[in-house]
Write a protein that binds this ligand. Sequence first.
Ligand SMILES: *Cc1c(COP(=O)(O)O)cnc(C)c1O
Length: 358
Amino acid sequence: MTVIDLRSDTVTQPTPAMREAMANAPVGDDVYGEDPTINRLQEEAAAMLGKEAALFVTSGTQGNLTCVLSHCARGEEMILAKESHIFKYEVASAAAYGGVQPNTLDLRPDGTMDLDSIRRAIRGVNAHFPVSRLICVENTQGGAWGAPLSADYINSVAAIAHDHDMKLHIDGARLFNASAALRTPVDQLVKQADSVTFCLSKGLSAPVGSIVAGSKEFIQRAHKVRKSLGGGMRQAGILAAAGLIALREMTQWERLQEDHDNARALAEGLAQIPYIDIDLTRVRTNMIFFALKADAPITVEQLSAGLKQQSVLANPYSSMDRQMRMVTHYWFKRDQIEQVLDAVHTVITGTAQPNPSL
Ligand SMILES: *Cc1c(COP(=O)(O)O)cnc(C)c1O
C-alpha cells in the first residue's frame, strides 16, 4: 500500500519535470556569480515578487537568518509573534549568531498581531532601551493554522515599521498558498516589505532551497551574510533548475487551490468522526489541525502510531491539547481522502468507517 504522508508539505518529492531539468541544467561556480541556472532563478523570482533582486539560499531557516542579520545589529530588537517560525523553530539562531533580541507578541486566531500591540512594542528613545529595528510577519501563518495575511494588513504593518524607521521582513515560506487563498498576486502581498523569503521546497515541491528577495542594496548585504553562514554554494544550478520548475509550474492558483480544497474536504470528513473536534472555519489553506475530545479512547500519540500501521503518516501537534496536524500537498490526491478518513475512524473507534456510498 502506498504511504500517504500528511506530516508536512516538506515531504513533497521533486516532479519528473524537475528531475529532468536538474539532469540537464547548465551550471557554473555560483560563488563567482557564474551559475546561469541560479542567476535565472534569482531573476525570475525577483520579477515575480516585484523586487529588484533575489538570492537562492539553502533553506527557509537560512533565508530568515540571512535577512534578520542583514537588517539588525547586535543588541537590536525584532518584533514578531510568539507563534512565529523564526521565534519558535529556528533554534534561536538570530539570538545565537546575531545577538538580536526577540520582542514577542500574541497572535490572534486570524494569524495577525494586533496593530496597537505592535505600536506599543516599539521602543522610544531612552538610554535603557534596545533599538527596535525589525518587524517580522509570517504568510501563511503556520501558528494560526496556515492563515493567509491580506495585503491590507501587511501594508498596515509596513506603514508602522516605516513610520518608526524600522524594516519589515515577511517569512513567506508558504507565500504562494496565501496568494492562492486570497486571490492576491504575490507581488501585492510583499510590495511594502523590505525583505521576503519563500520556500521552493514545501508546497512547490522542489527538493531544496528558498529565495530571499529585496532591494539590490539589501541583496548585496544578504549575499555577504549568506556566505558567512556557509551558504555560498558552487554548481548549485542543479538545485536551482528544480526551483525554476517550482516557480513556473507549481505556483498557479489553480494548482495550490487543489491542496486547499483537499484540506477542506479532509477536514469536513474528520468532523464526522466520533471524538474529533475540529473548527472548520479555521481551514484556510493547506493545513488542518484537529483535537481528540477529552473522553476519546486514545491519545494523539496512539492515533499517530495507529495511523502509521494503516500507511497514513500524521504527527501530533500538541500532546497537552490532544492536537494533531495534517498538511495537504501536491502528492496527496483527492481519491486518497477516503483512505485517510477510514484509517482515522478505524484507529479511533476500532471499527471501519461505514461507507455511505455502499
Ligand atoms: C518551513 C518554514 C521555515 C523554514 O524552512 P526550512 O527550509 O525548513 O528551514 C520558515 N518559516 C516557516 C513559516 C516555515 O513553515
